[in-house]
Design a protein around this ligand. Structure first.
Ligand code: KIV
Length: 296
């Protein structure tokens, strides 16, 4: 089902259309997707931004955190998503280690997302300290999405996945981070795991659209992880997750029914089988009958 009114063709989301949405105070929607089927469903449902998040390390590959996923793995998933996305802005997440060494390597890796996988923007974690690097990537004509607050690639430095920006000093730093990204010219800023009040302050301060995840309702947009909204995560839910469906129950039910049908010879039925054309079947019968009569 599409929510686009008949007669109004859906527009392609671009970096500038995100800015327009912020200026018109129209909420921006973003979901992660990691393969072709998910990408089609998310795009066709009218979501503005499809993010191939490095969260796929956990949701799709079963790692404990996002640190192990490689550029090649991210590109593999981004290419699949690219084939399913027609209207949303496609953002590829630069994985840990792909932009940390130097700007040259960061630009080279960012360009791979564009050239080899069709991403329209890349996402980089970190604020003030990444501003120069982000400028270099933007100078290479690649839009960048920033990501501050709870940045999962810093899990070992943060000592776990903890809400950030709770002290005055931390709020000041977050504000500096947001302003640095805004000045660097990012396409949007993901705000993750921060108090609602801080999300609201940053959103009011910067011209860049903010997309929150666990950052309260006052951000310019919201993002959630596909697996979280569908109960496919196999982990306790974070406070901010709202579950919109139970794909785990649906899949388990379907798989158990298939197993039971095969075990009880209920699947496949005759109508689910291919059949020989009538003349070939008659000829085959004749051959088999001749063989049987020779044996007698
Ligand atoms: O990797 C990811 O899915 C993300 C979003 C949660 C913002 O970074």
């Amino acid at each position: 089902m599409s929510l686009t009114p008949i007669g109004e063709p859906r527009q392609k989301t671009t970096v500038s259309s995100l800015k327009n949405k912020k200026s018109k105070q129209e909420p921006i929607t973003c979901l992660t997707a990691y393969d072709y089927a998910m990408a089609r469903l998310v795009d066709e449902a009218g979501i503005d931004i499809v993010l191939v998040g490095d969260s796929l390390a956990m949701t799709m590959l079963g790692y404990d955190n996002t640190l192990s996923v490689t550029v090649d793995e991210m590109l593999h998933h981004t290419r699949a998503v690219r084939r399913g996305v027609k209207h949303a802005l496609l953002v590829g997440d630069m994985p840990y280690g792909s932009y940390h060494l130097n700007a040259e390597e960061a630009v080279r890796n960012a360009a791979r997302f564009v050239k080899e996988a069709g991403a329209e923007a890349v996402k980089v974690e970190g604020g003030e300290k990444r501003a120069d690097l982000i400028r270099r990537i933007i100078d290479a004509e690649i839009p960048v999405a920033g990501h501050i607050g709870l940045t999962p690639q810093s899990v070992n430095v943060m000592g776990g996945y903890r809400v950030q920006g709770k002290s005055l000093a931390d709020i000041e730093q977050l504000m500096r981070d947001a302003v640095a990204l805004d000045r660097a010219g990012v396409a949007c800023i993901y705000l993750e795991g921060i108090p609602r009040e801080v999300g609201a302050m940053i959103t009011a301060e910067v011209a860049t659209p903010t997309i929150g995840i666990g950052a309260g309702p006052d951000c310019d947009g919201q993002v959630l992880v596909f697996h979280d909204i569908l109960n496919l995560t196999f982990a306790p839910e974070a406070k901010f997750v709202r579950r919109y469906g139970d794909a785990a129950a649906l899949i388990t039910d379907a798989v158990q029914s298939f197993r039971a049908d095969v075990a009880s010879h209920q699947y496949p039925s005759d109508s689910e089988s291919y059949h020989l054309p009538k003349d070939i079947q008659a000829a085959l019968e004749a051959v088999l009958e001749r063989k049987r009569s020779l044996r007698r």
